[in-house]
Design a binder for this molecule. Sequence first.
Ligand SMILES: [Zn+2]
Length: 313
Amino acid sequence: MANQPINNDVLAKITVTLVIGATASGKTTFIQNHFSNKRNTVILNVYDYQQAAYKEAGFGKHIPFGQEFKCLYKANENLLLDIIDTLQNGKNVVVEQTLYKAKRRIGYIDVIRNTFKNIKIEVYVMCPSDSVWETYVTERRLAHSFQQLKTEAEQIEFPNPIEGFDSIYEVVDDVIKLRMDEPKPEIVEPARKEILEDAEELRKENEKIKAKADLLESMNSRPFWHYCEVCGTKLYCTAQEAFDAGWDYPPQIGTFGLLGPRTCGKCSITDTLWWKVQQQGLPIVIEKDLTAEELKTWRRIKKEPESLLEEEK
Ligand SMILES: [Zn+2]
């Protein structure tokens, strides 16, 4: 991205239009009615970017807790890149977004304004009346109740001019009204700080994931401690060397961190904790039923592969 804003007279006429609002508040229809026939205009929808991010992360309908934030963050990032790209091509862009929080909008606008001079940025906030909104919700046959959506809508911080908008419109059913509240300069600095903190947190989390993946990869070639849970033999060697000597051990046999046999070439899997647990009605580990040795094995397995790097004292 350019450090100096691009100063191009053609861009003076270019507009970024955000259309925001809660689920089923009429964003898509509004864009269809007001922008679909507009010349030189590209319409982007955050929903498409979210679906792509979920797919890329390997998730379908069910997104694990904690992963959703990452996917949404990625979706917003990719959408912003496409907005910049569209503007660079001299086109207007209309964006269907959620962006409930002022800080998210500030993050967007800062990047756009730092990249281009003379871009016009406006936002339409969908604020349907209850009766109209309820009709939309019924038509869409959503899993959410109308009351849930109302609660969702309360999360929306109404855009403030200080965020960097040239115009802010409130859309109540068919009526579009300019609504420029008193500027609230006090919201800007904390928002920018939070944006940086979010990015930093995500960077650290990604680093952790990468370090874990690197460690797991290294277990294929590095020597590490192998402990036979039956006879107590221990051996510092590579996975291949252990495998050749008849050991049942991850990564060749079983998976690090998951219960399975951990035995040398001489011992039988029928004497392992894994075997014992398989014989139970419910094959789960109940720590209070374990002997001291079994507990030691179980705790070592749970902490793999880290627990195999240093010799146990
Ligand atoms: Zn053994």
